[in-house]
Design a protein around this ligand. Structure first.
Ligand SMILES: NC(=O)CC[C@H](N)C(=O)O
Length: 233
């Protein structure tokens, strides 16, 4: 696995992400500054981490989405390269047009920082193959703008094409509104692009990968990616 972690001014989760990528895959990722116009040679996974790029001014991710490096990411994704965006990374992917829809302010207009449960909707993708379909995992969230929204036609297409990979739920997998803490359409926590190679998700799986973190449920996502890329290599 040859991953690249993008770094924008104000991003603050890039080290957590790099540490997890190394821990789970055994390979050190390359850190890539936003002003770069190229990705490191041989990159097979681009990761856009969480944080507060450009202080969340304008809208979360809106300014970072216009960075020079995003043209390289667009070209990489167009060729089928795997891209993972977590939290601010998901917002950047939506703002850059790599994923449909937007992340609005949380329904109660408050920043939410706590563990939540996610239901893994399918296991036959590079981003979920470390889990079983229907499995419930516990991961942290920390965001003010995670309320996923899209027009009715887009939501219908996402559902119809099986592009919702992660959904907010209760500890036993109930996806009722009660467990949809940020008001996201259809309790959406993570979606993939039409070709299935770009995933954006609001929760932080990279922060639940070791016993010392209190939970290892996030590990499956990275283990699955590493297994997928090793097989492809
Ligand atoms: N953890 C994050 O990436 C936070 C994203 C963004 N700054 C928000 O508050 O919504």
């Amino acid at each position: 696995m040859k991953s690249a972690v993008l770094v924008f001014p104000g991003i603050n989760r890039e080290r957590d992400m790099a540490r997890t990528l190394k821990l789970v895959s055994g390979h050190e990722p390359k850190m890539v500054w936003h002003g770069n116009t190229e990705l490191p040679k041989g990159t097979d996974l681009v990761v856009i981490p969480g944080g507060f790029s450009y202080g969340d001014y304008l809208r979360c991710g809106a300014i970072a989405a216009r960075s020079p490096v995003m043209d390289a990411v667009r070209a990489f994704a167009a060729k089928g390269g795997l891209v993972l965006g977590v939290c601010n990374g998901f917002q950047i992917l939506c703002e850059s047009g790599l994923l449909p829809g937007i992340l609005m302010r949380n329904a109660r207009l408050q920043f939410v920082c706590r563990d939540v449960h996610l239901r893994v909707e399918r296991s036959d993708t590079p981003f979920t193959r470390g889990y079983n379909a229907g499995q419930v995992i516990r991961v942290p969230v920390a965001h003010g703008e995670g309320n996923y929204a899209a027009d009715a036609e887009t939501l219908k297409r996402l559902e119809g094409d099986g592009r919702v990979l992660y959904r907010y739920c209760s500890a036993d997998g109930d996806v009722g509104d009660l467990h949809n803490f940020n008001g996201a359409a259809a309790s959406i926590a993570g979606i993939v692009s039409e070709k299935g190679n770009v995933l954006g998700m609001m929760p932080h799986p990279e922060n639940h990968v070791e016993e010392v973190m209190g939970c290892t449920d996030g590990r499956g996502l990275f283990a699955g990616l590493a297994a997928h890329l090793e097989k492809a290599a």
